[in-house]
Write a protein that binds this ligand. Structure first.
Ligand code: SF4
Length: 340
């Protein structure tokens, strides 16, 4: 029996960073065996109408032969082609002068770069010294090759004032004008991120809504839609519904460097694991994928939102959440951690 369209993201090479906001969660870097890609595609292909294969799950183009890798990812995909998603490796941009030409050749027009403020705080959040300067260098390399950088910024209580300096720097560097010169827009946008993976550990420093500096509000994504935790508790305290993730026509799987399989709903923690490609037979795993039968989702289906609010919500908190589903996801992750 054939099912929906499948996208498979595999952590074949790892990531140079250890970002404190990483929603996937931190994992050891390990290069997977060269034939892992074929093993994984052969495992799933009998069951799906189309299959898109990505050899990266964390840092794109982290392997040295990224050009060959991109060709192979395309060759392995069936009735579909992988996308670039306006993502690229700033680590590689800062080290490999040919990389930007590759990006141009595969049609990249914009690249998102993630900041947290100026040098010290950005290096701290990304987990290594030099990251901020690499981001600035990557910005220049992209501009010189008529690719528009997009600066994404995560805000918390410990970096809000530094983001004001970062915004001033983006103006001083005339990034808007320089992007306009080749017909693109420069975007500078701020958000708080979800509460998954490493970012969930930052709940204690999640910023209160009233502490967002007024000069940053025009750059905050859909600020008028954001809510404080106390507003969300009030909204959801009588909510009888169940919050859980569900796939429609597209299914996206994350595969760890140990061949563990997860949905890409949230972080890759044991309760979200579907199974393992090397030890479980494909029919069983695919049935679990179609039925969405994993411990975390089975637990989610037994708990109403109002009960999660009662157990884990803080009606006194003014911490900002960008949307109602981010807060429900936070409550669900609290439940799953609590039950562990
Ligand atoms: S957020 Fe991205 S770049 Fe940062 S540690 Fe996670 S996967 Fe790597």
């Amino acid at each position: 029996m054939q099912h929906q369209n499948l996208h498979i993201l595999v952590d074949m090479y790892g990531c140079p960073n250890r970002c404190k906001h990483c929603w996937i969660g931190h994992m050891q870097n390990k290069k997977m065996p060269d034939n892992s890609d074929e093993i994984i595609v052969d495992y799933f292909k009998p069951y799906f109408n189309s299959l898109t294969f990505y050899s990266w799950l964390r840092e794109p183009d982290f392997c040295n032969d990224y050009e060959q890798r991109w060709i192979k990812d395309n060759q392995l995909s069936i009735n579909a082609n992988p996308q670039r998603f306006e993502l690229a490796s700033f680590w590689r941009l800062a080290r490999d002068k040919n990389y930007v030409h590759f990006l141009k050749n595969v049609g990249v027009k914009k690249v998102q770069l993630t900041f947290f403020g100026m040098e010290e705080i950005t290096d701290w959040y990304i987990g290594r010294k030099g990251a901020f300067n690499e981001l600035l260098l990557a910005t220049e390399i992209l501009l010189n090759n008529e690719i528009a950088p997009r600066w994404q910024v995560f805000i918390n209580a410990n970096n809000s004032s530094d983001i004001i300096n970062l915004l001033a720097l983006s103006k001083k560097l005339k990034l808007s004008e320089r992007c306009k010169a080749f017909g693109q827009d420069f975007n500078f946008f701020i958000h708080s991120g979800s509460c998954d993976g490493e970012n969930k550990k930052l709940y204690t420093i999640r910023i209160n809504k009233e502490d967002i500096p007024p000069e940053l509000i025009p750059y905050y994504n859909n600020f008028s839609e954001t809510k404080t935790e106390s507003q969300l508790c009030e909204l959801l305290i009588n909510d009888e519904s169940i919050f859980y993730y569900h796939n429609e026509d597209e299914i996206t799987l994350n595969v760890s460097n140990n061949f563990d399989v997860y949905f890409n709903f949230t972080h890759m923690h044991p309760r979200w694991k579907i199974g393992n490609i090397l030890t479980d037979d494909s029919k069983t795993i695919v049935q679990k994928i179609i039925d969405e039968d994993i411990p975390a989702l089975n637990l989610a289906k037994k708990n109403r939102v109002k009960d999660l609010v009662k157990q884990f919500g803080n009606p006194k908190s003014h911490k900002i959440f960008d949307c109602i589903d981010d807060y429900k996801a936070y409550l669900l992750n609290e439940l799953i951690d609590y039950e562990n």
